[in-house]
Design a protein around this ligand. Structure first.
Ligand code: SAM
Length: 257
């Protein structure tokens, strides 16, 4: 089952690799700076970027860190990371292809282990966090940035249903209390949190989706119905004839207990 699931992830993210690497929303320098500064990246840090995708975060934090390793399941994403690294002339980043449910690194290998916009794609988020904790020095930091929904069961259900319809690799976006339960179970504690939103034009997102036209119409309808009173957790707005949706992101800095 894991193999099927991983093949689906690789297929979908290979298809999307170019779009992801170029998406302005994912390359936004302000959001990268928020992550880097709250993580307190410094010159002595050895960093692991978990499910690094096209390497945007890995290359950004490499400016301040001693060394960065990016790991991702999708070879096409790692290729994008290498291209970005070459275009920026960075020498302190290396790449691995692999499943982050079993990180191919020894215990305590990194001082900072981070992951951005990936937890909602993971079949077993707890197993991945346990691995992140294992490879992180006990005095180090773990940083997770991802969608974090309000603790409202209707919103959590609707958000995840719509995202699963749009994106076959979407597993589950967590609410704040679900994240807390995940952290408690893994033996890590939040020391700092910062929240921001990432905004997309709905039609742009749907253009990258392999969902049927009928399914896309269902998504449009539910999002439009939420324009007045958000029941899908995407804070939709209409501007200049476009419907825009906004993903609520939390960045959690975690210490190991
Ligand atoms: C939305 S992208 C996030 C990319 C990147 N972290 C960023 O912030 O730009 C999610 C990434 O998770 C990767 N991924 C999903 N499941 C994975 C797994 N089990 N092991 C490794 N990578 C995985 C996908 O290949 C994809 O590149």
């Amino acid at each position: 089952m894991n193999d099927d699931r991983n093949q689906r992830v690789v297929g979908e993210f290979t298809r999307q690799s170019d779009r992801y690497a170029k998406a302005p929303e994912l390359n936004d320098e302000k959001a990268l700076e928020v992550l880097s500064s709250i993580a307190g990246v410094c010159a002595s840090d050895t960093v692991l970027d978990v499910a690094c995708g096209p390497g945007v975060v890995a290359c950004y934090v490499a400016r301040s860190a001693c060394h960065v390793t990016g790991i991702d399941l999708t070879p096409a994403m790692i290729e994008k990371g290498r291209e970005l690294q070459a275009s920026q002339g960075i020498s302190n980043v290396q790449w691995r292809t692999g499943d982050v449910a079993a990180l191919p690194f020894s215990d305590d290998a990194f001082s900072l282990v981070l992951s951005r916009y990936a937890f909602h794609h993971l079949r077993d988020a707890h197993a991945v966090l346990r691995e992140m904790r294992r490879v992180c020095l006990s005095s180090g930091k773990i940083v997770i940035a991802d969608v974090c929904l309000p603790d409202d069961s209707i919103i959590v259900q609707s958000f995840n249903r719509l995202e699963q319809l749009r994106d076959s690799t979407h597993v589950h976006a967590f609410s704040a209390s679900e994240f807390q339960a995940l952290f408690d179970k893994a033996g890590v504690r939040i020391t700092q949190t910062v929240d921001y939103h990432v905004e997309f034009e709905l039609e742009n997102l749907l253009a990258g989706s392999t969902a049927s036209e009928q399914t896309k119409e269902t998504i449009r309808k539910e999002v439009r119905e939420s324009l007045q009173n958000d029941r899908v957790g995407m804070s939709p707005t209409r501007r200049a004839g476009q419907v825009r949706i906004s993903y609520p992101i939390s960045v959690f800095v975690l210490e190991i207990l």
